[in-house]
Design a protein around this ligand. Sequence first.
Ligand code: ZN
Ligand code: ZN
Length: 560
Amino acid sequence: MARKNTKQQKEFVFLPLGGIGEIGMNLYLYGFGPARKRRWLMVDLGVTFAGPGEPGIDVILPDIRFIEEQRGNLEGIILTHAHEDHFGAVISLWPRLRVPLYATPFAAALLRAKLIEQGLEGDIPIEEIPTRAKLDIGPFHVELVDMAHSIPESNGLLIQTELGSAFHTSDWKLDTTPVAGAATDEKRLRKIGKQGVDALICDSTNAMRDGLSPSEADVAKTLGELIANAPHRVAVTAFASNVARLRSAMDAAVAANRHIVIVGRAMKRVVQVAEETGYLPSGYDILSEDDYGHLPRETVMALCTGSQGEGRAALARIASDNHPRVSFSRGDMVLFSSRTIPGNEKAVGNLQNKLVDLGVDVVTDRDALIHVSGHPRRGELEKLYSWLKPDILVPMHGEACHLEAQADLARSFGVKSVVTPRNGSLVRLCPGPAEIIGEVQSGRVYMDGRLPVVAGDGPVEDRRRLSLAGAVAVSVVLTSKGDIVAEPQITMIGIPAATANGILFADVIVQAIHGALDGIPRPRRRDSAMVAEAVRRAVRAQVNAHWGKKPPCSVMVTVV
Ligand SMILES: [Zn+2]
Ligand SMILES: [Zn+2]
């Protein structure tokens, strides 16, 4: 009987399906009710970007099969802010869930703009809610709290249920002068702490950095000085969605009597949305890319996409002299007002080298305070703990070392219970001690062209192997008596032409095929699968003996 009672007991649970153990692909679920009849609230539905180990893949989505199966129990999705790692999977995955989607005006407008660009206008109904909204979504009472971040309208969520409450920080920092968007609402947070909050689910990105983040206003000042003193053209590259940064750069341009030219679609989209939603004043005199070439060099400031070295973005095309209307020349200055996302170091390095080769003066955040993170350092985390005084802390939005750093910090700060789940861990927040009580299906899905492919399922791994050792394809035709008909056909992709001794690899492979056949008595050669496997092994072994690499090899055996 006791067991039955636990199953029927209502619980308030937290279940990350993405975003813990990584920076990206945020997808968190809050659940309420007895185990068999939980109602769910989804917080964010983001993507992550593929690295060099995932050839051919741009975007990675969370595996949502767990919640898709129970979408009848999913009350809604609430988006905390409009960064791709929080809302980038909505267009791909919402159609599989079809539940109410809540977003504040800036995220809603950016999502609508993306839908329009993709020809999907009106396909996803968005319930636009004001910042600081209070709303009931099923058994969850949700209140939005302003948090400063590197995009307008990052919303912390106070999620209350009849059993207990959680504060989900989303991405945040402390900044009393954030340039665009609201400052973190310290007053409200202190009040929430006074009323009491059970669990704090908190951003860990910068939990390994001491002290407090500089303000966006400090960055604005440095940008102003650099842009005012630049001898020729200046270009600023930043994350397109960093409205405060765009504003700082544009204000600096105005102060330095420079024309503003925006290069890159994503940035044009953000500027338009920011003007519509009031995060940028509408008075900026923005010229088109067509004007760029006609402007005297000392009178222009270009805002460019491509701070991460993305090959198709504006800056990479300009650096390769591949842009139809915009070019740089000796003495121009490019300000990298951004952080290089781990994994992009090589692409960014290549891009910066190309610019230096053009004679461009490249300035990064190592040279001057032209970038600050949108995430809290340890000093900021401690302030938030002191305002909210949570009993439970769950670190999120970080790789293992960031999560652990925040866990340690919270313990040393005196937070009673620190739980460190990973994606797929079901955490009971209350009642009873907070702990992991189960695991559910979670994982990654690659967007491979137009097709979703579950990570680990073949094609991407095959492609990675091909990139390391090329491939060999062999066709062998045998008579029914087992004699070989003509010479085998061989195709090699990415294989060196000859061995160190000058023997052609094609000959090495032909010899390996004959050797394999010689080892099989004629009557048994009718088993074409067995022959194919013997040939495959022999080819790989012989190529390996000369090359030190074993390429994948496919063998076709035809018996005529
Ligand atoms: Zn994020
Ligand atoms: Zn963010």
